[in-house]
Write a protein that binds this ligand. Structure first.
Ligand SMILES: Cc1cc2nc3c(=O)[nH]c(=O)nc-3n(C[C@H](O)[C@H](O)[C@H](O)COP(=O)(O)OP(=O)(O)OC[C@H]3O[C@@H](n4cnc5c(N)ncnc54)[C@H](O)[C@@H]3O)c2cc1C
Length: 341
């Protein structure tokens, strides 16, 4: 039984029936159809495993995406890039910086694959990747039909897209197509980026890397899957009730994709978790990270049930204290596939 430990940045000890990688659509479909025809054999598509936590042995086959390749052309106004889903995200961002294809600088050092970036619409430091995606190429698992989804078809939202809903577990993303305007404004409103003097894409890229290295645990040294929970978005009434008791509650007014401001407020989950007393707290072999409580870490030898217990305790405490239900941002897997808490 092959070990899944090296395939997930959280690094729990878990195994599966088999691990198979593919480099193109034909080899994927051949492996998928063979495995899918076996009774009781689950399959799970994996990129870099930085958003997937295997809490148990997996009764099935892990399909590792290694579709590579980057092509580029430009017009007077835009750069266009078509990128294989199995490319490493940060290496791709770094290449773009070198080639002066700017726009990705705020998204530097996010682990994982290019193919996973549309799924939860990765974002950091004021930029979400949906603002740069033109279309996404997919293959339907059951029929092998290839489809091209426009940005609108992807129904992007905060850490959300159609790939988590109507198309969940139905498609393989094979390529992501990006469209980068040559004229654009750098996004430097976020905290330490705002302090940059005469910001350039290179300065933002380097600063983002510096901030991330100083605040987030490096998964190759301390197992983790980045933010464990999503930042909750609540009604203005819920926010006002919390603000009456906690004057300094951090918050951001949420605007929809059309840029219209709504009466909805995002409250950092890290603040809620800290207030609930979990920052730096260890339960069994899982720790709530001392400098970023949104991150849970594997101190070494943690089990799936350690992770689930810690996550459930945090959810219950935040619910008790603030009446807000935290939702996981990570994908948790049990022996048959995705599980919820
Ligand atoms: C230290 C750290 C920091 C992080 N920081 C951020 C951050 O700032 N912002 C952010 O948004 N995220 C962040 N993350 C989360 C993570 O990096 C992203 O979610 C990333 O996009 C996951 O990529 P992956 O290839 O590792 O996904 P995986 O864990 O391999 O897969 C994630 C999900 O996508 C599915 N999937 C993967 N590839 C495909 C494909 N080609 N076709 C169909 N389905 C597929 C999988 O089945 C799974 O359900 C962080 C994680 C870590 C460990």
């Amino acid at each position: 039984m092959p070990s899944l430990q090296p395939y997930s940045t959280f690094g729990l000890a878990a195994s599966c029936d088999s691990i198979q990688s593919f480099t193109d659509v034909a080899s994927f479909l051949s492996i998928f159809n063979t495995q899918n025809n076996k009774t009781n054999n689950a399959t799970y598509i994996l990129g870099g495993g930085s958003n997937s936590i295997f809490t148990d042995d997996f009764d099935g086959t892990i399909l590792v995406n290694e579709i590579k390749g980057i092509s580029h052309f430009d017009t007077e106004s835009h750069h266009y890039l078509r990128v294989g889903a199995g490319e490493n995200w940060h290496d791709f961002v770094t290449l773009c910086m070198k080639e002066e294809w700017y726009g990705f600088e705020n998204l530097a050092l996010i682990p994982g694959s290019v193919g996973a970036c549309p799924i939860q619409n990765i974002g950091a430091y004021g930029v979400e990747v949906n603002s740069l995606i033109e279309k996404v190429e997919c293959v339907f698992l059951e029929t092998g039909e290839q489809v091209l989804l426009s940005n609108e078809d992807c129904q992007f939202g905060y850490r959300d897209s159609v790939f988590k809903h109507a198309l969940a577990n139905k498609v393989l993303i094979t390529h992501v197509n990006f469209k980068l305007p040559k004229q654009y404004e750098l996004e430097v409103s976020y905290g330490e980026l705002a302090a940059l003097t005469e910001p350039t894409p290179e300065k933002v890229y380097s600063k983002v890397i510096e901030i991330r290295k100083s605040k987030l645990p490096n998964p190759s040294e301390l197992g983790n899957a980045g933010s464990f929970f999503k930042n909750p978005v609540v009604s203005n009434a819920v926010y006002q009730a919390i603000a009456q008791e906690y004057e300094s509650v951090p918050h951001f007014v949420v605007s929809d994709n059309a840029g219209n401001e709504q009466e909805q407020i995002k409250i950092p989950a890290a603040w809620l978790i800290d207030q609930a007393g979990f920052k730096g707290k260890t339960l069994n072999k899982v720790r709530c990270h001392p400098t970023q409580p949104l991150v849970l870490t594997n101190l070494g030898g943690a089990t799936g049930s350690d992770v689930i217990t810690m996550a459930k305790n945090i959810i219950a405490s935040v619910q008790d204290k603030f009446g807000i239900q935290l939702e996981p941002e990570v994908r948790l897997l049990g022996n048959k596939g995705l599980i919820s808490l």
